[in-house]
Design a protein around this ligand. Structure first.
Ligand SMILES: NC(=O)C1=CN([C@@H]2O[C@H](COP(=O)(O)OP(=O)(O)OC[C@H]3O[C@@H](n4cnc5c(N)ncnc54)[C@H](O)[C@@H]3O)[C@@H](O)[C@H]2O)C=CC1
Ligand SMILES: O=C(O)[C@@H]1CCC=N1
Length: 284
């Protein structure tokens, strides 16, 4: 993306995902003319300033989100899904013509976003945390937003990894498949490390083994044209070690476990769409 094309950026809700996106864009050198973040607390804003962005906080300025939105051409909303009623109307009222809003919120549908913002120039994007190292995957729902503005958003997320156009049902599915998916891989790494400890390695070496396996398998998958099944077959000697180990996964039907997990995530994404409530009262 050239200097001329890069838009002034505002990110409202400077939590885990927002920081991931900013890190990925910084790594790929997107030359934003300005980046403004809005966090809830002054402490978080101070941390972000150390990263060289203009960091506002609601604690220091209750109108921070509106000020940031008014000065940007792309406004990324990255608060929790159940905060939209509090955050979006003020952002919408401040938008200038030619600005596009990007919601990365799980579940919350375009119709609701348009109502709260008062604009059709809003798209939904569902990124994931490997975007931090430009190895991300994002689904995008363009809806009825201006095509050239959508093009800018698509390019921005292409800087962070692969981008797939989907409809809203597809985006709900991607929320768990590619959004939560890295957590499944990290869970496997945790379990592999636990198995290594069980077999006698200390915690440090156990994590070293698990990390090397996941990173190595990912790198091989990235580099190879072979399917995951073929790459697995090449490790699985006839009546050998891998065969015996994989049989345990098959006997316990790992496939059904993963499908059940994906279905549970999808159900939660749909729940967030219809009744976005915070189930445990956490609004960090
Ligand atoms: N973490 C992930 O991997 C992914 C998250 N998402 C979506 O991204 C959104 C953010 O998720 P996380 O970053 O994980 O959550 P988070 O809790 O780390 O970040 C949300 C941030 O919003 C801030 N906030 C709350 N009210 C605010 C307000 N009025 N003004 C400004 N900031 C405010 C909070 O202080 C918090 O730092 C969620 O809607 C989630 O569905 C989507 C894809 C992946
Ligand atoms: O757990 C969540 O709700 C968000 C959406 C996908 C990944 N993190």
């Amino acid at each position: 993306m050239t200097v001329a094309e890069a838009p002034a950026l505002a990110v409202v809700g400077a939590g885990s995902l927002a920081r991931t996106l900013l890190a990925g864009w910084r790594r790929s050198g997107v030359p934003f003319p300005a980046v403004t973040t809005v966090s809830l607390t002054a402490a978080r804003a101070a941390e972000l300033r150390a990263d060289g962005v203009t960091a506002l906080s609601v604690e220091e300025d209750p109108d921070a989100a509106a000020s940031a939105a008014a000065a940007a051409r792309v406004v990324v909303i990255a608060v929790k899904p159940w905060m939209v009623d509090d955050v979006l109307p003020a952002v919408g009222a401040a938008l200038q013509p030619g600005t596009i809003v990007v919601s990365v919120l799980a579940g919350v549908r375009l119709a609701r976003l348009r109502d709260l913002l008062g604009t059709v120039d809003v798209v939904r994007v569902l990124p994931n945390t490997p975007s931090h190292v430009n190895a991300g995957f994002a689904g995008i729902v363009a809806g009825g937003a201006d095509a050239s503005l959508v093009g800018i958003v698509r390019e921005l997320f292409a800087e962070l990894g692969d981008v797939m156009d989907v409809d809203e049902d597809g985006l709900d599915a991607l929320t768990v498949l590619s959004g939560s998916g890295p957590a499944f891989a990290f869970l496997l790494a945790e379990k592999l490390a636990a198995a290594a400890e069980h077999q006698g390695f200390g915690p440090h070496d156990a994590e070293r083994i698990a990390r090397a396996v996941l990173v190595g398998a990912g790198a091989l998958l990235a580099d190879s044209r072979s399917s995951p099944a073929e790459l697995r077959r090449r490790i699985t000697s006839l009546r050998g070690v891998t065969h015996h180990a994989v049989e345990v996964f098959e006997d316990r039907d790992l496939g059904s476990i993963v499908i059940d997990a994906a279905d549970a995530g999808l159900a939660r994404a749909r729940e967030l769409a219809s009744a976005p409530a915070d189930p445990v009262g956490t609004t960090s």
